[in-house]
Design a protein around this ligand. Structure first.
Ligand SMILES: Cc1ncc(COP(=O)(O)O)c(C=O)c1O
Length: 276
């Protein structure tokens, strides 16, 4: 361990020393001791096109010589406008505004704020009752306070429990090929959801569509997402897709929402969008 670094998700007293990476190319990490390691997690789902991709490197170089960071309030620029326009071409047509944030956690954090503020703007008197989100057991949405609150409690978030706002959990109907119980599982989850929504007007329903990533690669069906959409419409609540992990091709289409033919009200993107 380096004496001046804390590594994430790592118990410094007991963890083995981290492998030292000197460079990376495509899927291969080149270690200091000469070994090569295959990066099967694309460095936490980020480097979709492989490491040190020449076109990406050239584009970054080109952009850095033209314009790098510039304040985005009161100013705009072509890269931001072009990226938004190109992104929207791959998303369901009802998703037509982009807000740029920092990373996966803050993408979700912003989505929660947007949803809450939407209700504040819509129906001021009801806002107190719109403070709660429905989320799924086993979910992972990030490590800020808001995203820890809407995720499953884990070893890493447990210590902060007292500081996290309340959410309602429903089971994630995880399934697998040949699963004969999937329909009844989904029915039970949706019935439970309906019962909750009949009792209270919630701020929204947040889900990792098709796959819970960090929660253990747990899959759900497109049919479930379609029925979830119907219920969100029926009870006038917002449906938020956290596609931080599933986005940019990971489920076989550009996005899980495209693959499942479901248009969420808000989609959270990160990781793959950077290409590393
Ligand atoms: C589904 C999902 N949402 C949010 C996040 C948080 O993203 P970040 O690590 O960029 O904050 C992750 C990270 O793995 C994720 O898988």
């Amino acid at each position: 361990m380096h004496p001046h670094l804390w590594y994430p998700y790592t118990q410094a007293k007991t963890a083995p020393p981290p492998l030292k990476v000197k460079s990376a190319q495509g899927i291969w990490l080149e270690l200091e001791d000469g070994r090569r390691v295959m990066d099967c997690i694309s460095s936490w789902w980020v480097n979709l096109h492989g490491h040190a991709h020449p076109e990406i490197a050239a584009a970054i170089y080109q952009q850095a010589t033209t314009l790098e960071q510039v304040i985005f309030a009161g100013l705009t620029h072509d890269p931001a406008e072009q990226l938004a326009e190109q992104l929207l071409q791959h998303l369901p047509s009802g998703l037509n505004r982009v807000f740029y944030s920092d990373n996966g956690s803050t993408a979700v954090e912003v989505a929660l704020k947007m949803a809450y503020q939407y209700w504040v703007n819509q129906e001021v008197k009801l806002v107190e009752q719109r403070g709660t989100f429905i989320v799924f057991s086993g979910a992972y949405h990030g490590d800020t306070f808001g995203t820890m609150a809407v995720g499953a409690r884990s070893l890493f978030s447990q210590v902060f429990s007292d500081l996290l706002f309340q959410v309602e959990y429903v089971p994630f109907p995880a399934t697998y090929l040949g699963d004969t119980t999937v329909q009844s599982q989904e029915d039970a989850v949706l019935e439970l959801l309906k019962t909750k929504l009949e009792q209270l007007p919630y701020a929204g329903i947040l889900i990792e569509p098709l796959v819970q990533g960090a929660g253990g690669m747990r899959m759900c069906r497109t049919e479930f997402l379609q029925r979830l959409r119907q219920i969100a419409n029926q009870f006038n609540t917002l449906l938020i897709f956290d596609e931080v992990m599933t986005g940019f091709g990971r489920t076989g289409d550009w996005f899980a929402c495209v693959k499942s033919n479901v248009q969420p009200d808000i989609i959270c993107l990160s990781k793959g969008i950077t290409g590393g």
